[in-house]
Design a protein around this ligand. Structure first.
Ligand code: FES
Length: 432
């Protein structure tokens, strides 16, 4: 359904009649599943902070928007989550059959996935961890970068609440954009870039930028009062990230008897991708391998290691070797001391809590010697790393990395073309 009320009029309308302002958001699918009471913030522009610099010359406030895939908060949300996931051609390319096969596959998988979420406590912890990480990081950033403070935390998920459109509407309601300008940093929570993950989230962010703030851009110093965006698009070998992973591995290795410790095989595990995506030229496998190598370097190559790939779906060819098969094969070879390390996610999710813990380790027959390193979750080393990344990005004045501007050699997507052009063309530092 078309969105008939321009975003620039939304706050005025909200002030006059909150219910009327919420209606067009619902028609857009924004906060479809959020109760009326929880939408109050969308209709209360009078409580929004002004997006202006203060008397000390601060360039803030600065919105920090964490991008991630999200996960269903309850088992009732699994169906919607899967239908959005399988509708995303950037993640699961089904070509012209996407509109038919996507709903078919998601519907078929829903009962099985509901059972998996039920087995990990009834929902994904990814929202809890993302909000915690972003809030704590912003507190650190306020001290490290007072000139861009206050830093306001937001989370935008691709397939679950809070969806990108909800978060964008919240930014507008909080006083960013709508003629006031203001700066927002899109901070991917996938350390290694893939067009299926970070690329998909950025394409979605660009789509909602166009719908809610108009088609103008690239902008000139934000003079039209829209939000000025910049992007932290990859950080596979950041020293703090590497340290946080290495520390978690050392803690897990310490659980093995000393005489066996240096022979434990470290099995790094990342979400796999279809070979069609890899062969298009996606940078993800190289960046995941870079993280693994940096972590091993930090550990002085203390142990033998391999990188394997998990969570393959469907019959088409995916990048391997698969994690589950690798564990079985090492055990069959007599190597029963194994530490699994989730290397491409920044918090626990179904792939760690169910797939690795309950399926791979639980069914290995050697749950006492096959272990998993902790996920990053609330790790303070990791949260400091996030703040350091954001500080360096804010100081750099760049809109995104040079690498983000380069499309995959096999990319035929107009979405990629336009969204990359938009983000690369943003001016990041407001005029003094
Ligand atoms: Fe990689 Fe479009 S698929 S840039």
């Amino acid at each position: 359904m078309a969105f008939r009320l321009p975003a620039s009029q939304l706050c005025k309308a909200a002030a006059a009649n909150p219910a009327s302002a919420i209606r067009p958001l619902r028609s857009l699918g924004i906060a479809r599943n959020v109760p009326q009471q929880q939408l109050r913030w969308l209709a209360t522009p009078t409580s929004s902070p002004p997006v202006t610099r203060n008397a000390t010359g601060s360039k803030g406030p600065t919105a920090i928007v964490f991008l991630n895939m999200g996960g269903p908060a309850t088992t009732d949300d699994v169906g919607d989550f899967l239908s959005r996931l399988f509708a995303d051609g950037d993640l699961i390319p089904l070509g012209r059959l996407q509109g038919y096969l996507g709903p078919f596959i998601s519907k078929r998988r829903t009962p099985k996935i509901i059972k998996q979420y039920a087995a990990i406590g009834g929902g994904s912890p990814i929202r809890k961890w993302s909000e915690h990480q972003c809030e704590e990081m912003c507190k650190l950033l306020d001290k490290m970068s007072p000139e861009t403070a206050p830093h306001k935390p937001y989370v935008a998920f691709r397939y679950a609440a809070p969806l990108t459109e909800e978060t964008y509407a919240k930014l507008l309601a909080d006083g960013f954009g709508n003629g006031k300008g203001g700066r927002a940093v899109a901070f991917t929570q996938y350390p290694q870039y893939s067009c299926s993950t970070t690329g998909s989230s950025l394409n979605e962010l660009w789509k909602w930028r166009q719908r809610l703030e108009g088609k103008a851009g690239p902008l000139e110093d934000g003079k039209d009062g829209t939000i000025q965006w910049s992007v932290i698009d990859r950080w596979p070998v950041h020293a703090g990230l590497v340290e946080a992973f290495a520390k978690n591995i050392e803690d897990k290795l310490a659980e093995y008897p000393e005489e066996r410790r240096d022979k434990v095989v470290l099995l790094f595990s990342a979400h796999s991708l279809p070979m069609s995506v890899i062969n298009r030229g996606d940078p993800y496998p190289a960046e995941v391998a870079a993280t693994v190598y940096a972590v091993m370097q930090r550990l002085n190559f203390s142990n033998p290691y391999r990188l394997c790939w998990q969570s393959q779906v469907g019959p088409s060819a995916w990048l391997g070797p698969q994690t589950a098969t690798s564990v079985e094969e090492y055990i069959a070879k007599g190597q029963k001391d194994l530490v699994l390390i989730p290397i491409a996610f920044t918090s626990d999710h179904i792939e760690t809590l169910y797939e690795l813990d309950q399926e791979v380790i639980g069914e290995s027959g050697h749950a006492d010697t096959v272990k998993r390193a902790e996920s990053l979750n609330g790790n303070p080393i990791f949260i400091e790393a996030l703040a350091d990344l954001a500080k360096k990005h804010l100081d750099s004045g760049i809109s995104c990395s040079a690498q983000m501007g380069l499309r995959c050699p096999g990319c035929k997507s107009d979405r990629c073309l336009e969204s990359k052009k938009f983000f690369a063309g943003q001016t990041t530092v407001p005029e003094a």
